[in-house]
Design a protein around this ligand. Sequence first.
Ligand SMILES: NC(=O)c1ccc[n+]([C@@H]2O[C@H](COP(=O)([O-])OP(=O)(O)OC[C@H]3O[C@@H](n4cnc5c(N)ncnc54)[C@H](OP(=O)(O)O)[C@@H]3O)[C@@H](O)[C@H]2O)c1
Length: 251
Amino acid sequence: MLNNTTAVITGASSGIGAAVAQALAAGGSTVALLARRRDRLTQLADTINARAGGRARPYEVDVTDSEAVRTAIDAAANECDGIDVLVNNAGSGTWGPARTAELAVWHNVMAVNFNGVLNTTHAALPHLTRAAATRDRGVADIVTISSIAGRKVPGPNSNVYAATKHAVGAFSESLRQELAEYHVRAGLVEPGVVVTELTTSGRDYAPDATKPTGYGLLQPDDIADAVMFMVTRPRHIAINEILVRPTEQTI
Ligand SMILES: NC(=O)c1ccc[n+]([C@@H]2O[C@H](COP(=O)([O-])OP(=O)(O)OC[C@H]3O[C@@H](n4cnc5c(N)ncnc54)[C@H](OP(=O)(O)O)[C@@H]3O)[C@@H](O)[C@H]2O)c1
């Protein structure tokens, strides 16, 4: 399915990013795993490499550091034979009242969720356009993990998080329009509540991923399915947006 392709996944050390990396690797992609926690990346790379045909390499990087991102992405392109797919997934989710928020925390969420996407996309674009122009597959993909909070502000306390996700939505749509002629597809995946460290790590105002519901909440693999659907379409089909909620989620 994705044989002879390379995918770069940011935030691959846990949650959705780790699930997407495993799905892409199972589909035949060589995966470049980017995040800050090297031990987690190495563990995941070892797991993928132990499977028949699995190829993964870890790259320890903070997505807010533009030079480090460029170095990591260029290294991934050199060591993994180009880049066909970029999955902008790294994210930080701070929820809480604006009245008592620390400005530095807002700036950090913006730095990871928005500037991080700019940093990785800018560094990967030359590799993606080259892959689309020169390889048999004939397309390349930028998939950005946004959120339901990028479609609408889901309620109080989502202030800076919702703002960053709206921003990546506008950026992705602009990329889509600009890159269509270069056969680089730009798509957004917008999850509702997924059970990951982001929603279960005790942040006071995060959507309650531990609340039992009849049908359950989304799992990281559910989002990996959406990403796989996008990047495995034939080259004349661009799936630009997928909104995925748990069946019982109302907001
Ligand atoms: N869980 C949900 O309900 C939900 C819903 C909608 C959208 N999303 C989005 O899904 C994406 C993944 O989140 P998740 O739910 O899977 O949470 P997660 O398990 O906490 O994963 C976040 C990932 O981002 C990485 N990351 C954070 N800051 C980074 C930085 N400065 N540099 C590099 N990597 C960084 C983390 O790795 P390191 O800490 O190792 O760097 C980790 O791999 C995020 O964009 C999030 O906004 C999640």
